[in-house]
Ligand binder design. Sequence first.
Ligand code: ZN
Length: 237
Amino acid sequence: MAAHGASLLSTSIVENSLSSLKNCQAYIDTGMDIATGVALDLLQTGCEAAEVDGMESVMLEYATLNRDLNQYISAVEETLRKVKRHPPEEVPDLRQLVQTTYEAHQKKNTDEALRNNDKFIQFEDQLRDLKKQMGITQEETFEDDDEEIAVTQSFANFTCPITQMEMENPVKNKVCGHTYEKDAIVRMIESRHKNSKKARCPKIGCAMSDLQISDLVPDSALRRAIEIHKRQRQSQH
Ligand SMILES: [Zn+2]
């Protein structure tokens, strides 16, 4: 009689925990939706491929969690069905039964099955579509594109026609498009004007003959290209 009562009590506890386990599934689903959104945002804002790939492993972790949870739930359900068929005198060790059933499920797990998770497939599809829309392939990212442009730009453009040195603070002449080291060109114009002379563009072959300080604008794109080039040179040593 006492044994019968204990058995009923433990199965009702198990049934209750079963419903909280099923609630966990909703959290995993939400987590996977959030991770998908984050990955799409990362891709759209031009983040590095490594960061987007990082979200893929987050998704696989969720998929693993989801699989394990499902297998645990079905192990519990199978155990409950078995226990209900048992005569009440035999009080089985529920925990042990669930564990054995669960381990039997786990042995059949494969990586391919994990990647067949619905939300994971959805994640991969959405990323692939977005990449196609943005015209990028798996290997390329915006960051890489920028650096490539910087490197292919002629190194001659990095040299100031006055100092003959790589510029640090390049300014562009709005009129003829030539660039100079800011300090050097400003000094040159001021010195010419002090002597009541016109300042010519110091770039050889340029016809611009009346250069004003107001013609100069900072060339931030070139400045960035020079900085990237300098960093690459340093990382090679
Ligand atoms: Zn010029």
